[in-house]
Write a protein that binds this ligand. Structure first.
Ligand SMILES: Cc1ncc(C[n+]2csc(CCOP(=O)(O)OP(=O)(O)O)c2C)c(N)n1
Ligand SMILES: [Mg+2]
Length: 288
């Protein structure tokens, strides 16, 4: 089925700064969903708190905007209840790797049927530039005025260590690559993780659009086979003059998703296969 991208449009003011990487990511996401023939009612976005978390407010679809760092537990529940919905969890590096870091471990281990996009601008954007877990060593921020004494977390290594079923990195400045990775992630059952490098022109003056652009290269174009976990680990160590992007790992023997593991059948859901938007009316009346 052909879906017009305009179905996803929402007439609402966008408050991201000019030049923010979120604009490109939003554009790619809407294009990918429409391109896959998905209508807005077939998609659920569970968004965290932060500039990245505002994604869900800026296009027309089902959205749950939840507490900081708590998008994965909510997405886990939603994936058991709403069979058939394409579920996207979307948040920032602070949201996902700091406040929500514990949930990420278990979402990957459980292999929840969710595609998780982390907009990694290597800074706390919404709260005006404090250091996040991925902020680089030495970077000066309001919380690290002498320079960050810590090394940045390596999310790709972490997710490979957890043997997540699909582990990728992309860049907001490469819409073609991001679109191709997103479509792959959305098509596969189980947990799909995409770390998206993203410039924050207002609060990260070190890792700028140009900084990323000069360093990123596509590992799959250079012949990396995503079923090769050992090579994926080796590539994940690289960070600096060259930054690898692309699909690091895709499990050649996918494990059952969380729904199948818990409910015994990947097509079963707690509510049954049919979505009935009117049913909520009855529930509301019962409780109001
Ligand atoms: C429990 C809790 N702690 C702290 C905050 C304050 N807070 C809001 S957004 C944010 C960080 C956002 O950074 P990130 O997740 O990287 O998203 P970005 O704005 O960079 O896209 C923080 C610390 C909060 N809302 N709730
Ligand atoms: Mg951030």
């Amino acid at each position: 089925m052909v879906v017009d991208i305009k179905e996803y449009d929402l007439d609402r003011e966008i408050t991201w700064c000019p030049g923010c990487g979120n604009f490109a990511i939003l554009d790619v996401l809407k294009n990918s969903l429409a391109g896959m023939g998905l209508s807005p009612h077939q998609v659920l976005v569970v968004a965290g708190i932060g500039q990245a978390g505002k994604m869900g407010q800026h296009f027309r679809t089902n959205t749950l905007h939840v507490l900081h760092g708590r998008l994965l537990p909510v997405a886990t529940g939603a994936s058991l209840v709403h069979n058939g919905l394409k579920i996207l969890a979307i948040g920032g590096d602070g949201d996902g790797y700091a406040e929500g870091g514990n949930h990420l471990i278990h979402a990957a281990r459980r292999n929840i049927d969710v595609t998780y996009m982390v907009h990694n601008n290597m800074i706390y954007g919404l709260t005006k530039g404090q250091a996040s877990p991925t902020s680089e060593h030495s970077i000066k921020t309001p919380t690290t005025p002498q320079g960050n004494p810590l090394e940045g977390l390596n999310p790709i290594s972490m997710l490979l260590g957890l043997k997540a079923g699909f582990v990728a990195r992309s860049f907001a400045g490469d819409k073609e690559q991001l679109g191709a990775i997103l479509k792959k992630a959305l098509q596969k059952p189980g947990f799909a993780f995409i770390d998206i490098l993203q410039q924050c022109p207002s609060f990260n003056k070190v890792n700028t659009f140009r900084w990323f652009k000069e360093r990123v290269y596509d590992i799959n174009e250079e012949g990396h086979d995503p079923s090769d976990l050992e090579q994926a680990f080796r590539l994940a160590q690289q960070w600096g003059e060259k930054i690898p992007t692309g699909i690091f790992f895709e499990d050649p023997e996918p494990k059952p998703g969380f729904r199948e593991a818990v409910l015994g059948d990947k097509d079963r859901s707690i509510t049954g296969p049919e979505l009935n938007p009117l049913a909520i009316k009855e529930i509301m009346e019962e409780h109001l």
